[in-house]
Design a protein. Structure first.
Length: 731
């Protein structure tokens, strides 16, 4: 406790030195009194890691001052946050004592906390963007990032591994990308490295030890590489400066995983940046001149040339990248750019984070650049007080009751939400409960709303729904549903009319019926049957007019009286049977919704009986993957919010293409033995076979049409019994 008190006082002095000019009279006394009261009444509890909340708040406050450059309002909000969250202080009381700006930051932090409690999938890009749109004041996001960096620094010795794992995953998936978007590269790199340290301990320390072992030689190498290049550039009359750097531990680990190689295999550990000071009209000339000098001294790898000088990236990034073979036969990446280009890459935040591979969103670019400028210029900090988030004024983010997150254009309604879930849900929608309150299908959605759709089996799409729905996706589904309804009503009306004809001992002649429909003024047959279904046309009147037309063509005799009902065959009965036969392998997804448009993923080729799951693709369709698909872990980790449960139902006569990999001794007749097993089974079809032979071994891929995984397992068992076969596996 004494050590914590001493550290808190030390941090207090450091913070006070840096923000004293921005403090208002009474600030220090009010804060001190509030914190002392909290300690005396023992109302502030240690967190799950056993850390002191007051000490944590002082550590975070120093971080926001030193690393981000925030001043009085942000520091006070950070220090008061434990008291507000502990229920000792309200946001209104903060407003009275410390002003509206501090209260606004705390209110924003509270809203973010409420958002967390809805437990959406934090790995999603949508959730990161929702946080940005939820923050009333930009400083809320900056404080959140600083708070997580500080927490990650403090939990290195904790025994609560589950909680450490959770906050580390959030740091990697949520806070590091947010820091990157805001240009806080140092904090972003620290979050990534610390999350790697806690989540993949062995990998982190393996790379760290390797870097430590090679630091002296690496620094010497960079110096050795730069020296002759500097000399030649100077001789050429080019004004420049050179930076040399080593990749972060996290970046090296990502390279090792991507390239599937050891530490020693990451050949671009070094990155040299040549930054040229030249007028804009001579930029290209001097950059290519520097390029010529570097490549004349060191052997370039032409496959690693990236020319964003002649054709800049869409985000404005300009630079020349080339990887060369330096001294000791080591590969070194060299980036050549001008001061102006470097300024765009470093200060143009949107350009930089898109260049690093983080997907952009419309409306972010200019906004983020302005934020970075505000942070980096001291006179711009006052403008932060009035700064409001208008980033996503054209988008809203809403939740399902389970916490799943969806994004819509501003103005979207409950009906749009219902059709986004599924067309059957949309067509049966009667309204919704938004945040517990019952609303109509016309209700516009607001960011942060929790929406629960209400449905009724008796509900049907109506024509005016096309005016209520705002998204093209919902409108197209409504049009389709209206057409389907019209078709069903038409079939119902036609069957009803046919029954009436039978009762009158009449046989409906299509040619006479078509003539009657035209005489009644209908251009479309569907319009005629719709009016019959709606009761606008009386079947009795239709039959009388039909008889008139029939008698006008030929008199009624015993030869053309309609046959009895017992001999009548419904025209579309064959079609009905065919439909039933085709309803074979229906994939039931989530709440037993049948008939959903889906595709079987090519990467794992699922067949009937496999354990499967659905993945919602970007265009809204569903891809079905096997649970053991090689892509499954990455899909679930990165896109958990797009995973839906799936199971097979209604097995029928469908056949699926699967590929088997077979390895064995290259004995005479072994291939014939394999193909004979397949050909003997009349329910199996061999579509293709591809065999390679090498050093007495053969390996081959057999693509087979098969109906379920039970038959597949039986086939694989038979193939393994063939003499000389060493391995049979599904790929």
């Amino acid at each position: 406790m004494n050590s914590e008190k001493e550290e808190t006082l030390f941090l207090y002095q450091k913070i006070r030195e840096q923000i004293a000019p921005s403090l208002i009279e009474g600030d220090e006394e009010n804060i001190r009194q509030l914190l002392l009261d909290a300690i005396d009444t023992n109302q502030l509890q240690r967190n799950v890691f056993g850390l002191n909340p007051i000490l944590l708040s002082f550590q975070t406050a120093l971080l926001v001052v030193e690393e981000i450059g925030l001043k009085r309002d942000s520091v006070l909000a950070v220090l008061l946050r434990p008291c507000v969250e502990g229920g000792m202080l309200t946001v209104d009381e903060v407003k009275d004592k410390f002003g509206e700006s501090v209260a606004r930051i705390l209110h924003g932090l509270q809203r973010i906390q409420e958002l967390y409690q809805k437990n959406p999938v934090i790995e999603s890009e949508n959730f990161r963007n929702l946080l940005l749109s939820f923050a009333e004041d930009m400083r809320v996001i900056l404080i959140m990032i600083a708070d997580r960096v500080n927490l990650m620094r403090q939990i290195k010795d904790t025994d609560n591994n589950d909680a450490k794992h959770e906050v580390s995953q959030e740091a990697a998936y949520l806070y590091a990308p947010l820091a990157h978007k805001l240009g806080l590269y140092k904090l972003k790199s620290e979050l990534e490295d610390l999350s790697l340290k806690y989540l993949e301990h062995d990998a982190y320390y393996h790379i760290k030890e390797k870097l430590s072992e090679t630091k002296k030689s690496r620094d010497a190498y960079i110096e050795h590489f730069i020296e002759p290049v500097s000399q030649r550039l100077t001789e050429a009359g080019i004004r420049f400066h050179i930076k040399g750097r080593t990749k972060s531990i996290h970046s090296i680990w990502q390279k090792m995983k991507k390239q599937k190689c050891p530490f020693e295999g990451v050949y671009d550990l070094f990155a040299i940046r040549i930054i040229i000071d030249t007028p804009i009209e001579k930029e290209k000339m001097h950059c290519w001149q520097a390029f010529a000098i570097v490549t004349s001294m060191y052997q370039p790898n032409p496959k690693r040339l990236r020319d964003w000088l002649s054709v800049p990236k869409s985000n404005g990034y300009e630079s020349l990248h080339i990887t060369v073979l330096g001294p000791e036969q080591k590969w070194v990446e060299v980036q050549i750019r001008t001061e102006r280009m470097d300024e765009i890459a470093e200060r143009g935040v949107a350009a930089h984070w898109r260049y690093k591979g983080v997907k952009g969103e419309s409306g972010l670019d200019e906004w983020l650049t302005n934020i970075r400028s505000m942070l980096e210029t001291s006179d711009g900090m006052e403008a932060m007080d009035q700064f409001k988030m208008d980033l996503y004024e054209d988008e809203v983010f809403v939740f399902t009751p389970k916490g799943d997150l969806f994004k819509f254009a501003k103005g979207a309604t409950v009906l749009d939400f219902a059709y986004h879930i599924h067309s059957k849900v949309g067509s049966a929608c009667t309204g919704a409960r938004i945040n517990g309150k019952v609303v109509t299908i016309r209700q516009p959605l607001q960011s942060g709303d929790q929406v629960e759709i209400m449905t009724s089996a008796n509900q049907k799409p109506k024509q005016d729904w096309l005016n209520i729905a705002q998204t093209s996706r919902a409108r197209s589904k409504i049009r389709l549903a209206l057409k389907e309804t019209q078709v069903k009503e038409g079939l119902f009306a036609k069957e009803m009319l046919e029954r009436k004809f039978k009762n009158r001992k009449l046989e409906m002649d299509d040619s006479i019926m078509q003539l009657l429909i035209r005489k009644l003024g209908f251009k479309e047959v569907s319009d005629f049957y719709r009016q019959v279904a709606n009761g606008e046309l009386d079947p009795a009147v239709i039959i009388e007019k039909y008889i008139e037309l029939q008698q006008g063509d030929q008199p009624v005799t015993g030869n053309n009286v309609a046959e009895s009902a017992a001999n009548f065959v419904l025209e579309n009965s064959k079609h009905s049977v065919a439909t039933n036969q085709m309803a074979d392998d229906v994939l039931v997804i989530d709440r037993n919704l049948k008939g959903i448009d889906y595709q079987l993923a090519r990467c794992c080729q699922p067949i009937y009986g496999d354990k499967v799951f659905g993945f919602v693709t970007i265009n809204g369709g569903i891809k079905i993957h096997r649970e053991d698909c090689p892509n499954a872990p990455e899909l679930k980790k990165r896109f958990g919010y797009r995973i839906v449960k799936a199971r097979w139902s209604g097995k029928g006569a469908s056949q699926y293409a699967i590929t088997l990999r077979i390895i064995g001794n290259d004995d005479i007749g072994i291939v014939n033995n394999l193909t004979n097993i397949i050909s003997r089974d009349e329910k199996l079809i061999l579509r293709s076979i591809n065999i390679d032979s090498h050093d007495g071994l053969f390996s081959g891929n057999l693509t087979i049409m098969i109906d379920d995984n039970t038959r597949l397992e039986a086939l694989m068992k038979k193939l393994r019994t063939v003499r000389g076969v060493k391995q049979v596996e599904r790929i």
